[in-house]
Structure formats: structure tokens, C-alpha cells
Write a protein that binds this ligand. Structure first.
Ligand SMILES: [Zn+2]
Ligand SMILES: [Zn+2]
Length: 332
């Protein structure tokens, strides 16, 4: 099969992924072999490919927003027979036994498997995944519409949960890329007022089209105090801008696996008053299944730009440069 392989992390502009012919993997016990229909690009893929996240598996095929069909079930996979349409996300497995798994917080497992980071992912014709971490997908949607839901969408949805957003709240979205442009549909369905601060005229235009109440520049303060905010940009300055926009008791959820730094800030004016700063780490299977079901119910349709597997480096570069609106999706 053909697969995009990372041997040495390097700057995205240097095209670090090589398209190679490699053996089709064999599913072990509890695993399935998947035929990949599409795999969307996540910002985390950029951090893996560029080496900002330290390599866990060398070489590695990245990609963790996989829409696929079960090609061949391994042993001990329950009722899976083959042919099922399924999704695979970033959380590819947990140990089920560590203190955090036992507290129902599997997103924080001490021994996790990360798709496309600690095991090979979806920028390939075939992939292997754990059967108990598959997300059932509807048959009536194109793969390119489903793939961006599987990390950008799920983590965006989890961020809204971490920010404890209630129906009708005033919510800030700081950054408006693949994740935020799906989260806004969820917020609209909850009758929230959405205030978007983002760089780039085209991201600002998209936010207006998708129903934002107000749109401003990347660190611009919305005209009203917010109940909560989610930041998507990998920038500590943006986190502080979000914090500065909160009313008392508000929460900022940071949806970023990597930040440049957090600048020093004034406690008295920014955090006092039981304002909270929280990070959002990974997702649980329940987040994934809940979000995919909600997306089908409210008809979330991502904006996508499609790339062939041969152009996977160009797809990553497009996301790195904010050159496209919505999500980039790779088709093997
Ligand atoms: Zn991701
Ligand atoms: Zn665990």
C-alpha cells in the first residue's frame, strides 16, 4: 500500500513526509484493518511532523481523523464482521487500569495510544485500529464531510464542555480554523451569542457567514463581557486576551496541544473573581460518539479543501499557513 511516512521531523515547508510503498498491516487481537476513505489534517499533525512534539515512534505515518471501512476484523473484536463504516480519532487506546481511567477520565490515561503519533495513522491506504475505540459513522455523508469532525470537531466540542458553556451564554472563540468553525454550529444550536476574535480577513468573513454576533482581530476584546471563551490559536497572547474578556466566574478553555508560552499577567485584574484557565487534553470515546451524533442531528457540514495523498505535504503547509478556510482533507 501507499503511505505517507515521516522519518525525520523537519519544518513543514521542507516537505518532511515521503510517499512510500509499505506492507499492508495485519490486525492483531482486538484490532481491525481499515480501508481509509479520507483523513483530515489536524494542527497536531504539524507539531508531530515539524518535531515540536517529540517523536514516539520512528518512522511514523501521521493522520488521526480517519474515515474508513472495516476491511478485515482481527480476533476478539465482538460483533464487528467487516464492512462497517467507522471513524478513528486521536485517542487510539487507553490502558483502562490507571488511576485516571478508573476515574472515568480516559482522556488523561497514563498509558495512551495516539493515532498517527504512537501508532501509524491515516495518511495511507490502510490502517489498523483498536476495535473498541472506533466511532460509528453514518452511511449517508461523504467521507470528506465526516473526517474533519473526528478531531477538530470532537476536541472543539470537548472544549465547549470544559468551558462549561450553558444555553444562551455569551461565548468567545479566539482563532477560527478547523475546530472553531465546527464549534460555532454547536453554539448556535444552543442559542449562544458567539464573539469571534481571529487573524485573517478570510477567517473573519467565514465567522460572519456562520453566524457570529461580532468579529474582531486576533487579540481584540469583544464589546461585551463573556461567560466563557475557547482559544484555538497556539499563542499565549491570545489566551490572555481571552482571559481579559471574561466576566467574573468565567472560564477560558485552551484548545491547543502546544503554546508558544504564557506571558506574565496581572492576577488582580485577570484571574481574581474565580475566573479559571483550563487546558483541554485529548478526548474520551464518549465525547467522540456524542459529538458525531449531534453533528448528524444538527447537520454540521465542514468547509473542506481536498488533497490527494501525493499532496499531503502541501495539505499540511496549507494548514500551517492558514491558507485555507475550514479543514484540509487527504484522500488516499
Ligand atoms: Zn487532532
Ligand atoms: Zn489509563
Amino acid at each position: 500500500m501507499r503511505a505517507a511516512v515521516l522519518h525525520h521531523p523537519a519544518p513543514i515547508a521542507s516537505h518532511p513526509l515521503a510517499i512510500e510503498d509499505v506492507p499492508v498491516p495485519e490486525p492483531g487481537p482486538g484490532q481491525v484493518l481499515l480501508k481509509v476513505e479520507a483523513c483530515a489534517v489536524c494542527r497536531t499533525d504539524l507539531h508531530i511532523t515539524a518535531g515540536e512534539l517529540k517523536p514516539l515512534h520512528d518512522p511514523i505515518t501521521p493522520g488521526h481523523q480517519i474515515v474508513a471501512r472495516v476491511e478485515k476484523p482481527g480476533a476478539e473484536v465482538g460483533s464487528i464482521r467487516g464492512g462497517e463504516r467507522v471513524g478513528v480519532s486521536w485517542l487510539g487506546g487507553v490502558d483502562g487500569s490507571c488511576p485516571l481511567c478508573r476515574k472515568n477520565r480516559e482522556n488523561l490515561c497514563d498509558h495512551p495510544t495516539y493515532t498517527g503519533y504512537s501508532v501509524n495513522g491515516g495518511y495511507a491506504e490502510y490502517a489498523v485500529a483498536r476495535a473498541d475505540f472506533l466511532i460509528p459513522l453514518p452511511e449517508d455523508k461523504p467521507a470528506t464531510d465526516l473526517a474533519p469532525l473526528l478531531c477538530a470537531g470532537i476536541i472543539g466540542f470537548r472544549s465547549l464542555r470544559v468551558a462549561e458553556i450553558a444555553a444562551g451564554d455569551r461565548v468567545g472563540l479566539f482563532g477560527f480554523g478547523a475546530s472553531a468553525h465546527l464549534a460555532i454550529d454547536v453554539l448556535k444550536s444552543w442559542n449562544c451569542e458567539v464573539y469571534v476574535s481571529t487573524r485573517g480577513a478570510s477567517h473573519q468573513k467565514l465567522a460572519r457567514e456562520l453566524g457570529a454576533t461580532w468579529v474582531g482581530d486576533a487579540t481584540e476584546r469583544p464589546p461585551v463581557e463573556l461567560d466563557s471563551a475557547v482559544t484555538f490559536a497556539p499563542s499565549g497572547d491570545v489566551v490572555l486576551a481571552a482571559l481579559a474578556s471574561l466576566r467574573k466566574g468565567g472560564i477560558v478553555a485552551i484548545n491547543a496541544i502546544h503554546l508558544d508560552r504564557i506571558p506574565q499577567f496581572d492576577y488582580d485584574s485577570l484571574l481574581w473573581g474565580e475566573r479559571q484557565l483550563r487546558s483541554v487534553a485529548n478526548m474520551t470515546r464518549q465525547d467522540g460518539r456524542d459529538f458525531v451524533a449531534l453533528a448528524a442531528q444538527i447537520g454540521i457540514r465542514p468547509r473542506t479543501t481536498v488533497f490527494a495523498l501525493d499532496q499531503v505535504n502541501e495539505a499540511l503547509a496549507a494548514v500551517a499557513n492558514d491558507a485555507i478556510d475550514g479543514a484540509a482533507v487527504v484522500i488516499p
